[in-house]
Design a protein around this ligand. Structure first.
Ligand SMILES: Nc1ncnc2c1ncn2[C@@H]1O[C@H](COP(=O)(O)OP(=O)(O)OP(=O)(O)O)[C@@H](O)[C@H]1O
Ligand SMILES: [Mg+2]
Length: 252
């Protein structure tokens, strides 16, 4: 049983809340848990704990901010379900501190009016949620642009928070665009070298067995040229100068 004082501490400090869940947050995770930003981009190594930290944040909001609607979204239902399973696991580990009104495979409804809902990664089925207080996009680099454009308006009236988390996947798509040039985001770049739980030996083994561009992508937060791209983005940018006149008239 947690005391009222402890519970108040968990309500006010997500780091203490994470510790209560048996986690020992890494330095970047502490920064994220203490952040109050409503727009967060996590460009992180595989296995850095980005889904776990987001699950902590989702559950914290549901428990301590009654009436919250939290949406978990990823390119495929299996991936959003994985995130939701982490949330549900933490909720059960805590002994259901706020009673559940409905505990389903894809959603959790609490008696305080909060809901956490898992969504499939398809634009057609996700419309219709309004009043969203937190929208989480896991594996965001692989989310279709159309899906992103369809979900953003869900935050319009509620002024809800948006978190996009991913390992990079080429110089394309909304995650890359927002990371490289979007406004108003708090950005976290977390290579595997900043993850104490990923050992140097493991990383060296991976480096030796993976193609270099895959290693850079998976463990070093690098947006690599896409596999099917013949010309590099730099080559294309350099080719697109104003000095070269188009061969065929462009109206001037
Ligand atoms: N602070 C922490 N304390 C203890 N365990 C942690 C912590 N952060 C992450 N982990 C563990 O590390 C593992 C990887 O976490 P998680 O699945 O959240 O990473 P991820 O970055 O989402 O990985 P992926 O890119 O594969 O989706 C999990 O087993 C998780 O429980
Ligand atoms: Mg993950």
């Amino acid at each position: 049983m947690v005391s009222l004082a402890q519970d108040l501490k968990h309500a006010l400090d997500r780091v203490s809340f994470a510790k209560r869940l048996g986690l020992e947050p890494d330095p970047w995770q502490v920064d994220l848990l203490r952040s109050t930003s409503e727009r967060v981009l996590l460009n992180c190594s595989r296995q850095s704990g980005k889904s776990t930290m987001t699950a902590v944040i989702a559950l914290h909001r549901a428990l301590y901010h009654p009436g919250s609607l939290i949406l978990c979204l990823a390119p495929a239902l299996r991936q959003s379900q994985e995130l939701f399973a982490k949330v549900l696991g933490f909720y059960r580990d805590l002994g259901r501190p706020v009673k559940s009104a409905a505990e389903r495979k894809l959603s959790l409804e609490l008696e305080n009016g909060s809901r956490i809902v898992t969504l499939p990664g398809s634009e057609k089925t996700i419309r219709g949620f309004s009043g969203t207080s937190l929208l989480i996009l896991d594996e965001a680099a692989r989310v279709e642009d159309q899906l992103y454009f369809a979900v953003r308006p869900m935050l319009a009236v509620s002024g809800g928070a948006l978190m996009m988390l991913s390992t990079p996947y080429g110089k394309r798509g909304v995650f890359y665009e927002e990371w490289s040039g979007g406004h108003g985001w708090e950005r976290y770049e977390v290579p595997a070298s900043q993850c104490p739980k990923i050992s140097e030996e493991f990383l060296e083994e991976e480096r030796a067995s993976l193609p270099p561009f895959i290693f850079r992508q998976e463990y070093e937060c690098s947006f690599e040229e896409t596999e099917d791209q013949v010309f590099t983005t730099d080559m294309i940018d350099r080719a697109l100068t104003d000095e070269v006149k188009p061969l065929f008239g462009m109206g001037g």
